[in-house]
Every structure is written in structure tokens, then in C-alpha cells.
Design a protein around this ligand. Structure first.
Ligand SMILES: [Zn+2]
Ligand SMILES: [Zn+2]
Length: 252
């Protein structure tokens, strides 16, 4: 499986694009920067989007992406939980913020179709299996176990201290990498705690739940915190820790 990091951050600046992975060229995991990171031609190859939750840093390119690929002969499938689907339909595609593309050009052949998933019920898209795992964030949020051709990776999405994610990591034999939220530096611990994100300090505690040696890729850094987070992670002296690199293609 090929995983391109279109956006690896939890906020936006000139160097940082918001959360968005592209898997095998056709499946987007979150949509924080689909329209900023891909040419129109490559956007047209994206057929399915999985959303971890409704927050803007994971969904903000949806309106512009959908406009860019409008006129396809089939709908874009958006896979999301019931809570995320509700929020996107009510607050984004509500005809006030942006047109309701589930009814355009008409409700029989719409530009967008929502497909609801449930926790721990695997769904397969273009040969890649996604198992949604509930994590701990301000709104209902799922990470994913992503499996294809015998390889697996784990994506945390946004989370504070959590439990089930680590159980799944420990029981998945062919795990090639796991990606985990590290949003704020330690000085912003209180902000991280109330917004249910991790800092290098709480990351270190979380990693005690991991019972195997596997590359741990850190993501969702908030742009103003990047330099301090990198220094604090370096001080942890854990050789398995890396930063998920925006613009890089990973192969698992
Ligand atoms: Zn986020
Ligand atoms: Zn969030």
C-alpha cells in the first residue's frame, strides 16, 4: 500500500497543510488539504474519502475538492461515522455554508454519497480494509487499522490518552507502523489535556502501553509548536520515534 502524506499537521501555515493522507492514489483519509496538495487531474482520481471526525482541520478542503471534481459519472463516497456524517451535513453541506452536494446535480445521481461506518466493523475500499477504532477526542473520533496485501498500519487521528488503539496495536502481528497525535509542546499541557490531544510528555506515558517494537510516526503538530515538540521528542531518546513527513510517500 502506498500512503502519501498530503497534509500532516493539525493547523495551517505556509509550510503546514492540514491532515490528509492519500492511499494508493484513490482513497483519501481525511480531507484537510486535498485541494491544496493535489493537481486537479490527481483530485479527479480520488473516489473515496474516509473521515476520522468532523473538525475543520480534517474536513476543510471537502467543499473545494468536490467542486473541482464535480461532473464525474459517479458519486464520491464519503465514509464516516453517524456523528461525523450528521455534523458535516448539518454544518457544512447545509446550503448556507456550502451547497448540499448530496442533492446536486440531483438526488438520484448526486456528487457526494455518505456511507456510515461503525466502530470495529471493517470496511473495504479498493482492496484496502479499514477498521474504525474509537479514540478519545472532543467529538466522536475514529482512528483506523489500515490493512492491504498482508501489511497493516495504525492511524490514531486526534486523540488524548486512549486505550483501545494500543490494544489493537499489540494484537496486530503484521503492523509496519503506527501514527499518533502529538499536537502541542509540554508547556501547553493544559491546552492539550482539555482539547484531548497529546504532548511529548503524555506521548511518553502512552507509549508504555505499546508492547512491541514498531516505528511510531508523530503527526498533527500544531504549526506554532513544531520546533519545541521536535526538541522535546528528541530528549525522549526513543529510536522508534519519527515525524510523519508531509510530502513523503510511505510504502507498507
Ligand atoms: Zn485535528
Ligand atoms: Zn480534532
Amino acid at each position: 500500500m502506498r500512503v502519501e502524506v498530503l497534509g500532516g499537521y493539525g493547523g495551517e501555515s505556509i509550510d503546514c497543510r492540514m491532515t490528509c493522507l492519500l492511499i494508493n492514489g484513490t482513497i483519501a483519509l481525511d480531507a484537510g488539504s486535498l485541494s491544496q496538495a493535489l493537481s486537479i487531474e490527481r483530485q479527479a482520481e480520488v473516489c473515496s474519502i474516509l473521515l476520522t471526525h468532523s473538525h475543520m482541520d480534517h474536513t476543510s478542503s471537502l467543499p473545494f475538492f468536490i467542486e473541482n471534481v464535480y461532473g464525474k459519472d459517479r458519486a464520491i463516497d464519503i465514509h464516516a461515522s453517524e456523528a461525523t456524517t450528521y455534523a458535516i451535513r448539518k454544518y457544512l453541506f447545509n446550503n448556507a455554508t456550502w451547497p448540499d452536494f448530496t442533492r446536486l446535480p440531483n438526488h438520484l445521481v448526486p456528487a457526494v454519497r455518505f456511507e456510515e461506518f461503525r466502530s470495529e466493523e471493517p470496511l473495504t475500499v479498493d482492496g484496502v480494509t479499514f477498521t474504525p477504532i474509537l479514540v478519545d477526542h472532543l467529538v466522536p473520533t475514529h482512528g483506523f487499522l489500515i490493512e492491504a496485501n498482508g501489511a497493516a498500519m495504525l492511524w490514531s487521528s486526534d486523540t488524548g490518552p486512549t486505550h483501545r488503539f494500543w490494544e489493537i496495536a499489540n494484537r496486530t502481528p503484521n503492523l509496519k507502523a503506527l501514527c499518533i497525535d502529538t499536537s502541542f509542546d509540554n508547556a501547553l499541557q493544559q491546552v492539550a489535556d482539555v482539547s484531548l490531544h497529546l504532548t511529548p510528555r503524555t506521548l511518553e506515558a502512552e507509549l508504555r502501553k505499546l508492547q512491541k517494537k514498531v516505528p511510531v510516526l508523530l503527526h498533527h503538530l500544531k504549526p506554532p509548536c513544531v520546533a519545541r515538540i521536535k526538541e522535546e521528542v528528541r530528549q525522549l531518546r526513543n529510536p522508534d520515534l519519527e515525524f510523519l513527513e508531509q510530502g513523503k510517500e510511505y510504502k507498507f
